[in-house]
Design a protein around this ligand. Structure first.
Ligand code: BDR
Ligand code: CA
Length: 319
């Protein structure tokens, strides 16, 4: 069975890794990309999403999302992690295509309603669009097959503070609304995403095997390696967003625990995800363990074939 997916994203270097991996995976049909601020502004995210689709000859709907969090003031984009335009040191891409006329929340609601139970929403950025979709049409809890979120941490651990992960911290109110809603949610957080890492040699190999898409990822990732090296002392990078896609395509690589999740929305621990008894809240599947070497190999194997898949798509379209 080919799994339909909408990826809600703030591309972003690891977002680009995840999206190109998904485009190259025949087990997935990416129906749409909905965009959100975080690594970049939403305007840049929409442009970057269109660029990724164009680069892979993968025609996909792109719907522009919320420009700011539900209630709190926005944090500045994470340009020190992802570069000024979102793809490391690469310049702003030119795009020839236009986004869908609907905003992301409407797009999510209408697309899931048109194919009830068929589409998984994989959110790899702040959760504002998903919270807006819940407010616009609460029935999306029934029409979306399920939701997989890259964000948070079940252990008290963070990457923007000692206890908050970036996607949750960027809009904690939205994240709490998503974990509170009555739908099937999987959280793929720092508990697993920091355990799977790629090396510069991995990207050199990808660039050789797949010069256009792998080459683009190699160039973009250089900046990401600089950031991680400065932070951890090791020139490797975490596979945050690709891990969320892998939790859908290759769930056997992960070990899950089921527990309700709530989000701290005020004070020093803002953005912290708390696993435990939250009365009346549906339990979330939380990824706690990962076979990191197998996850890394799956990512590399798929992206190695990315140019080949793109060429095939182009040839099919020209027939
Ligand atoms: C998450 O934050 C963003 O910087 C990444 O793209 C990822 O989605 C990791 O905390
Ligand atoms: Ca992201």
């Amino acid at each position: 069975m080919v799994q339909k997916l909408i990826i809600d994203t703030d591309p972003g270097i690891d977002d680009a890794m995840a999206i190109h991996m998904a485009f190259a995976d025949a087990r997935i049909e990416v129906v749409g990309l909905t965009t959100i601020f975080g690594n970049v502004t939403t305007k840049q995210a929409t442009r970057n999403a269109l660029h990724l689709s164009q680069m892979a000859h993968y025609p996909v709907d792109v719907a522009h999302g919320a420009d700011r969090p539900l209630t709190r003031d926005p944090h500045p984009p994470a340009d020190f992690v992802h570069g000024p335009e979102g793809f490391g040191g690469l310049p702003a891409p030119d795009v020839e295509t236009a986004p869908d006329p609907r905003d992301a929340a409407r797009y999510l609601c209408e697309t899931c309603a048109a194919a009830p139970g068929e589409i998984i929403i994989c959110a790899v950025g702040p959760l504002t669009n998903l919270a807006a979709a819940l407010a616009l049409d609460p029935d999306i809890t029934r029409t979306a097959a399920r939701v997989v979120v890259m964000g948070g941490s079940a252990a008290r651990h963070g990457n923007v503070s000692d206890c908050a992960e970036a996607n949750i911290w960027n809009d904690p109110h939205a994240a709490d609304a998503v974990f509170a809603a009555d739908w099937d949610v999987t959280m793929v957080g720092l508990d697993v995403t920091e355990k799977t890492q790629c090396t510069p040699q991995d990207f050199t190999d990808l660039a050789k095997a797949s010069p256009i898409i792998g080459g683009f990822l190699q160039q973009a990732a250089d900046f990401y390696f600089d950031f991680h090296e400065a932070k951890t002392g090791t020139r490797s990078c975490f596979m945050h967003d690709p891990s969320a896609i892998l939790a859908i395509t290759d769930p056997a690589l992960f070990g899950f625990q089921t527990t309700p999740i709530s989000v701290v929305c005020e004070g020093e621990e803002t953005g912290r995800t708390i696993a435990g008894p939250a009365t009346g809240r549906r339990a979330t599947h939380v990824a706690m363990t990962v076979d990191s070497q197998a996850a890394r190999q799956r990512f590399l194997g798929l992206v190695r074939a990315a140019d080949h898949m793109a060429t095939d798509r182009m040839a099919r379209d020209n027939c």
